[in-house]
Design a protein around this ligand. Structure first.
Ligand SMILES: C[S@@+](CC[C@H](N)C(=O)[O-])C[C@H]1O[C@@H](n2cnc3c(N)ncnc32)[C@H](O)[C@@H]1O
Length: 181
């Protein structure tokens, strides 16, 4: 977050139609849970639009980019690369080392869609499993970011929001930013 080295999430693969919501949710989860930027495949323009729209309304900063060269981004990353995979080391065993590495340099978090090729496993500094059970890139990303930030992302301040949610025991309250509560 703000005064720390950046966190970028890169989404590998996107099947138009089938992956639309999943890719959007990778971006929304990255934004809500403290990442600075998401890089989506270049056929995921619809997801980019949705995530940008949410950022415009509920605040940032958060960048959403499209790229046709995810693999090059991973290979050439100047910092730490974490690939989330059910086959990886247990997050609870490696989170401290990853947190220490992130204190010094930008972090790239890689999540897949379909089968991820072996070169990604080799390019990663850590292959990390959030459990070694199959589940979802959205769930894996959420747990990983919460572990990385140790819960601090839950108190994050949002800039340039048009509206904000007022937490309520019951019901829904959304107010334009700037109005008194
Ligand atoms: C639906 S899975 C498909 C993965 C595919 N079976 C493979 O072998 O690469 C899509 C993505 O969810 C994430 N994922 C699924 N289970 C995970 C787990 N237990 N821990 C961390 N990430 C996980 C990974 O990033 C994975 O690439």
């Amino acid at each position: 977050m703000h005064d720390e080295p950046s966190v970028t999430v890169v989404r590998l693969g996107h099947r138009p139609g089938r992956d639309e919501r999943m890719t959007t949710h990778v971006g929304l989860t990255a934004r809500a849970l403290g990442a600075d930027r998401v890089v989506l495949p270049d056929n995921a323009g619809q997801s980019q639009e949705t995530i940008r729209d949410i950022t415009d309304r509920f605040g940032g900063p958060f960048e959403v980019e499209l790229s046709g060269s995810q693999k090059a981004l991973i290979r050439n990353w100047e910092g730490t690369v974490v690939h989330l995979t059910m086959y990886g080391e247990r997050v609870q065993d490696v989170e401290t080392e990853i947190r220490d590495a992130h204190a010094d340099e930008p972090l790239l978090v890689v999540v897949g869609a379909e089968k991820v090729s072996f070169d990604v496993y080799e390019a990663a500094d850590w292959n990390v499993g959030v459990t070694n059970q199959p589940h979802s890139e959205v769930a894996g990303l959420a747990v990983f970011l919460d572990r990385l930030f140790d819960g601090r992302e839950l108190d994050r301040e949002w800039e340039d929001a048009q509206q904000r949610v007022i937490p309520k025991e019951t019901g829904k309250q959304v107010e334009p930013v700037g109005e008194k509560e």
